[in-house]
Write a protein that binds this ligand. Structure first.
Ligand code: R5P
Length: 282
């Protein structure tokens, strides 16, 4: 069995390969002047191949599709597609008439080529049900715990009720309390965090969430918590998209420290989900 990434995850792929003792299938990659992606496998693939590829940004999704087409046409019979960050996962249902369920549309397309799928912390676990092939969901709890282990955390908070399960799992492992904040999304870029009766005075608070996009959620939460007397606010999140100068804004905000995993490889990827993925592939 070999492993490769199309374009998104060279470091994570290398880490998983090391953990499982897999060979990396070499490939050539380039971008045409019009922005289209080119991928060529440089060796005949084994019968079983693991492809690690995000469906984000859009070219990541295209890269996943064309890499799987190449693998199948070169003789691979069993492809496990590992999606560290499943893009379009936030449109996991129809919020307004006329909208697509984007997560379902993408799952159906990927199911044409993948024989098995592993999703790391998709926005909702039920996204797995949109696939037509066997699909496992794994959670990045170990990486989040590793990030917070040395932070002397007193309480773990989710920015909204929907993220509470993740915060609870991390808090239990750290042996501290957990709760959630009241978040209202005003627009794609603006959120409001309402003060809530949580005792945070003089406490070290950890915010745990799945995605950092604009950073608005964490910034507003940290402001609310600091105004309620929190001693420190650190954030540990799974997927660091960091759109629209988010890193600049976060580092200029009251947040004391922030870390994400390597589902999206970036400068703040301080913990790896490689062991979690390796466990799912064994
Ligand atoms: C929302 O449902 C997610 O769990 C995140 O809280 C959200 O995507 C974060 O976005 P932003 O960083 O733009 O506030």
């Amino acid at each position: 069995m070999q492993i490769l990434t199309a374009i998104s995850s060279p470091i994570l792929t290398y880490r998983v390969a090391k953990e499982l003792g897999l060979d990396i299938l070499p490939a050539e990659r380039k971008k045409f002047p019009d922005g289209e992606i080119y991928i060529r496998l440089l060796e005949k693939p084994d019968r079983e191949v693991v492809l690690v590829q995000n469906t984000y940004p859009n070219e990541g999704l295209v890269a996943a599709i064309i890499a799987m087409q190449a693998l199948k046409s070169e003789g691979a019979e069993d492809i496990t597609l590992v999606v560290p960050y499943f893009g379009y996962g936030r449109q996991d249902r129809k919020f307004l008439d006329g909208e697509p369920v984007s997560a379902e549309a993408i799952a159906k397309v990927l199911s044409k080529y993948a024989d098995h799928v592993v999703l790391v912390d998709p926005h909702k676990d039920y996204i797995a049900d949109f696939f037509d092939v066997e699909t496992k969901v794994v959670h990045a709890y170990d990486a989040l715990i590793e990030m917070l282990y040395r932070a002397d955390v007193d309480i773990v908070l989710a920015p909204d009720a929907g993220a509470l399960d993740r915060a609870k799992a991390v808090a239990k492992a750290l042996g501290v309390d957990w709760d959630y904040l009241e978040k209202t999304r005003i627009s794609g870029e603006e959120v409001e965090i309402k003060p809530k009766e949580i005792e945070v005075e003089d406490k070290n608070v950890a915010l745990v969430d799945d995605i950092i996009s604009t950073g608005g959620t964490l910034i507003e939460a940290s402001k609310a918590l600091k105004s309620q007397g929190a001693k420190s606010v650190v954030a540990a999140c799974v997927h660091g998209l960091f759109t629209k100068f988010a890193i600049h804004k976060i580092l200029e905000s009251p947040i004391d420290d922030v870390g994400v995993t390597d589902t999206i490889e970036g400068p703040l990827s301080v913990a790896s989900v490689s062991s979690t993925i390796a466990r799912a592939l064994r």
